[in-house]
Write a protein that binds this ligand. Structure first.
Ligand code: UT7
Length: 328
């Protein structure tokens, strides 16, 4: 392979239904002022009960394939990064492949790495392309956390939104593509963010439903404290591996979990917020979908241009964290 693997096409899709902070004021004891000042979120998109999350993944992937100048028959691998899949078995990927009408024999799998899933999946896809095993890989970040949100818990229900984003990873023209990456994790912090029941440790039962153990639980303060340091660490390592410094960076596209986390990272890392892509106000935290949604918007409106140095960085349940440096 002559060129590096990189993102040749990108796309996203969000549900139509908007849930504003004012709507949430009617559900739990909260206020628009609290949510905006503590998180930067003003509204989020939420799937209606009859809507199928996989269709978001299909729409995002279709857009990414088109923007790469390819058709679904060119795709030879698919990875879906998600925290909670379409069905426990067989995950989400087969439903996205079906929707894309992709050739039946292409391999696919789901990848669980918390909100860092999209960054992890990009790295896996890039390595598969570098190895020469596959040519055109679709990476989807798809999340419908509203389906696992406790709408009685004000500390979590204001934070999340639904959505999907996708990228086509393939060999890029010389000079462009992924320059370096750094993936990391700290298993001792798994209990900062989890859904306790419904897996093999605590299968679903009447008791787990009554105890509300199927909802997402989070120790927000714990995540907050670690997040800035995690983003700094992996970004610095990935930039160093690429032989670049923060002054070379044109854009950072961070995981959109909390505006205060993003601004603290930018301040400590010494990067102006003018160079950071933020859309948390409109979509909240869409987990594995947040980076590809923000990237798609920034590429579509012309902020990110071919040749720009772009950093993607994220952290999430596990805990996992990671950064990728690429030349767009
Ligand atoms: O994608 C990765 C996963 N998640 C994250 O990255 C989340 C990271 N953490 C955060 O974003 C923040 O920690 C939160 C936004 C979750 C919370 O902000 P905080 O500044 O850490 O607030 P806190 O948890 O310390 O709570 C402060 C107060 C508490 O009341 P008392 O105990 O001081 O009386 C909470 O009960 O705010 C209260 N509170 C709320 N009040 C109004 C918590 N949620 C709400 C709410 N509305 N929605």
């Amino acid at each position: 392979m002559k060129g590096r693997p990189g993102i040749a096409g990108i796309g996203c899709a969000v549900p139509q239904q908007r849930l504003t902070n004012l709507d949430l004021e009617k559900l739990v004891e909260t206020s628009d002022e609290w949510i905006v000042t503590r998180t930067g979120i003003r509204e989020r998109r939420i799937l209606r009960p009859n809507e199928d999350p996989a269709q978001l993944g299909v729409a995002a992937a279709r857009q990414a394939i088109e923007s790469a100048g390819l058709s679904s028959s060119d795709i030879d691998f698919l990875i879906t990064a998600t925290n909670v899949s379409e069905m426990l078995v067989p995950g989400s990927s087969p439903f996205i492949c079906e929707g894309l009408k992709i050739k039946r024999e292409i391999p696919f799998f789901d990848l669980i790495a918390g909100c860092t899933g999209f960054v992890y999946a990009l790295k896996v896809a890039a390595d598969l392309v570098t190895a020469g095993s596959y040519k055109n890989i679709v990476v989807v970040g798809m999340e419908a956390l509203s389906r696992f949100t406790d709408w009685q818990d004000r500390s979590t229900c204001v934070l999340f939104g639904d959505g999907a984003g996708a990228a086509v990873v393939r060999e890029m023209p010389k000079g462009r593509g992924i320059l370096a990456s750094c993936l990391a994790a700290d298993s001792s912090k798994w209990d900062l963010l989890y859904i306790e029941a419904g897996g093999i440790k605590t299968p679903a039962s009447l008791e787990t439903v009554q105890k509300r153990q199927h909802f997402l639980r989070m120790e927000g303060g714990g995540v907050f404290k670690s997040a800035v340091q995690m983003m700094e660490e992996t970004t610095a390592k990935a930039l160093a591996e690429a032989g670049l410094t923060k002054d070379d960076v044109d854009w950072v596209v961070p995981h959109q979990a909390n505006l205060r986390i993003i601004t603290s990272f930018a301040k400590r890392f010494g990067i102006s917020m003018d160079r950071v892509i933020v859309n948390i106000d409109r979509y909240a935290n869409t987990s594995t979908a947040s980076i590809p949604i923000a990237l798609t918007e920034a590429v579509s409106d012309g902020r990110i241009k071919p040749g720009d140095i772009v950093v993607l960085n994220a952290f999430g349940a596990g805990v996992t964290y990671g950064a990728i440096v690429l030349r767009w």
